[in-house]
Design a protein around this ligand. Structure first.
Ligand SMILES: [Zn+2]
Length: 246
């Protein structure tokens, strides 16, 4: 762990609120930079907690509380991101835990951050990175974060925001661009998630993280399939450049 000031003050705040002994013991471990699996196991054993499952609620509380404290200044820096990742790993938090067990809380956190990011109706490079960090913090899939973010995108669009400057994920509903999508052309959620992960949320040509689209490497009309191997992430600009070549 990297023990920074915000982590210490977040932990202090949790300690004031909780009277759960083993959580207090674990917080002491973190504060003294001793958070190892064996030491966590010892503490759980001492307090007769048989498995990580039984402590999951409190562990999720602890992490969410930390994230909330971290976001008081609107930014998650590298160290803080690393801290959260470490906590998730050590407490055995799985991919679906936040979404399934704490949907309301993470929705609130993300909405607040997205609102801040979209305030000026455009999303800058740093903000795009920040947004994909939010996705990573809570282990959300492409569609899961999309669902939470959509309202905020729509609000920004209504205030005159430019869609190309707003969001890497959002798809306008019922626009002519998408009316020719036959069901066969629809790329599955699983493939989108895999491609997104493989390509690191960046355009395969220029590395931009703005205005990303899923692109068929061999075009659909030339018989290209919707499989993982044939789909790549391209930014809008590179995608248009590519399609004018065909
Ligand atoms: Zn590009």
């Amino acid at each position: 762990m990297n023990i920074d000031k915000k982590l210490i003050s977040a932990l202090g705040a949790i300690q004031e609120e909780t009277n759960i002994e083993y959580i207090n013991d674990i917080i002491e471990l973190i504060k003294s930079d001793q958070l190892y699996r064996e030491k966590i196991n010892d503490i759980l054993k001492t307090h007769n907690i048989v498995s990580y499952k039984d402590a999951k609620e409190e562990f999720l509380d602890l992490i969410i509380h930390y994230i909330n404290c971290v976001l008081l200044d609107d930014i998650i820096d590298e160290i803080e991101y690393y801290n959260v990742t470490q906590l998730k790993r050590l407490f055995k938090i799985k991919d679906d835990d936040f979404y399934k067990l704490r949907y309301d809380e993470i929705e609130e956190i993300i909405m607040k951050q997205i609102f801040r990011i979209y305030e000026d109706n455009q999303i800058e490079k740093l903000e795009a990175i920040h947004k994909s960090k939010l996705q990573g913090l809570f282990d959300l899939s492409y569609d899961q974060i999309n669902k939470i973010v959509t309202d905020e995108v729509e609000r920004a669009l209504m205030q005159g925001g430019d869609i190309t400057k707003l969001d890497a994920y959002y798809k306008m509903p019922n626009t002519p661009n998408f009316s020719d999508d036959s069901p066969d052309k629809v790329i599955s959620k699983e493939v989108k998630d895999l491609v997104w992960k493989r390509d690191g949320g960046k355009c395969g040509k220029c590395g931009s993280s703005i205005g990303l689209e899923f692109n068929h490497i061999t075009p659909f009309f030339k018989g290209g399939s919707n499989t993982f191997r044939n789909i790549q992430l391209l930014c809008e600009k590179c995608n248009r450049l590519k399609s004018t070549k065909f």
